[in-house]
Design a protein around this ligand. Structure first.
Ligand code: 13P
Length: 339
């Protein structure tokens, strides 16, 4: 194994170390604006910087958080005392990562479907991000379930882009997090989510193999297999855990060191309960962990509201969600931990 391959593998493994998971703090400009609107805070550069500093400097959080995914603006920002965020994170034992896709755009000829852009110039951007301290990256593909969708072509186009991105990341010495997300919007059943997720993951691993991506130096960030938000028959926690693990066992090679779920619109508590139930089912070929955005941050934003005086309460909300998800990594989460 060459030095690059072993470096990628050890970074990937450290991101799914026991009891730890990833903080997704890579909201794009429009997305963080939406989150700030929820607490009546204008999305200015100083507010975004202050908020990310709050997260990254939370005392004790590195016991449960292995890595943090940043946005292009964030990786270039620094703490109030002038330490660049990537260096600050590293000094706290948190691996800095970067979102490198440029968003999901309408797929021409396929109404209602999207393909993620950002491959042009990616080699150069990856080299620059590595200079800035990024050791892993993320690329998100978005698949919607609806009348007649997803089409096989949309799945193939997105899987192909994910694999191109993954190969380029590994070439740059950066661990690719491969994120194919089946959205939980809509009225579909858990069975339909399972079918689409299985088809998507099969295609993604076929493309990764085709692009000669070394799976040991990658992580998968999928949706859970779950009922659509508007489905009248909502599957319970144990059903979600069983369907998700079954689907992953059928499609994800054992060479992948870890699967880090997105929360995708689940409540913070649901996201923790589902992860916990999966880990309580027993041993799997890969680590089952988290890379949550909203499920880690929603309670933090609510506690903070942009007020400096609320900083301790906001940090303690973050530490709490990190800790309960850390417990869910080994199936040791208990509802009593919520009080
Ligand atoms: P959520 O956990 O809020 O879905 O965000 C995770 C993420 O990184 C989506 O790309």
């Amino acid at each position: 194994m060459n030095a690059n391959a072993s470096g990628l593998e050890s970074t990937a493994r450290s991101l799914v170390a026991p009891g730890k998971g990833i903080l997704a703090a890579d909201e794009s400009g429009p997305t963080i604006e939406k989150r700030f609107q929820g607490i009546g805070l204008p999305s200015t550069e100083p507010n975004r910087r202050t908020y990310r500093e709050l997260l990254f400097t939370t005392p004790g959080v590195s016991e449960y958080i292995s890595g943090a995914i940043l946005y292009d603006e964030t990786i270039r920002q620094a703490s109030s005392d002038g330490i660049p965020f990537p260096r600050l994170l590293e000094s706290r034992g948190i691996v800095p990562g970067i979102k490198v896709d440029e968003g999901a755009k309408p797929l021409p000829g396929f109404p209602g479907e999207k393909v993620t852009e950002g491959l042009d110039g990616l080699r150069g951007r990856l080299a620059q991000y590595r200079e800035l301290g990024a050791r892993f990256a993320k690329w998100r593909a978005v698949i919607d379930i609806g009348e007649g969708i997803p089409t096989a072509y949309c799945i193939r186009a997105n899987a192909h882009a994910l694999a191109r991105y993954a190969a380029l990341s590994q070439e740059a010495g950066i661990v690719p997090i491969v994120e194919p997300e089946v959205l939980m919007d809509g009225g579909h059943t858990i069975e339909r989510c399972g079918e689409v997720t299985a088809e998507l993951l099969s295609q993604v691993y076929a493309e990764l193999a085709g692009h000669r991506v070394r799976l040991e130096g990658t992580l998968l960030k999928p949706n859970m297999v779950i009922s659509g938000k508007k489905c009248p028959a909502q599957a319970d926690v144990s059903r979600v855990a069983e369907e998700t693990v079954r689907t992953l066992l059928r499609t994800v090679p054992a060479a992948v060191p870890g699967i880090v779920f997105l929360s995708g619109g689940q409540t913070p508590r649901q996201a923790t309960e589902h992860l916990n139930a999966m880990n309580a089912m027993g041993v799997n070929p890969w680590e089952l962990s988290f890379s949550y955005g909203r499920a880690l941050q929603d309670p933090v934003l609510k506690a903070w509201k942009g007020e400096p005086g609320n900083l301790p309460a906001a940090q303690s909300a973050f530490l709490h969600r990190a800790k309960v998800n850390g417990a869910a990594r080994s199936g040791n989460y208990l509802p009593e931990m919520e009080v």
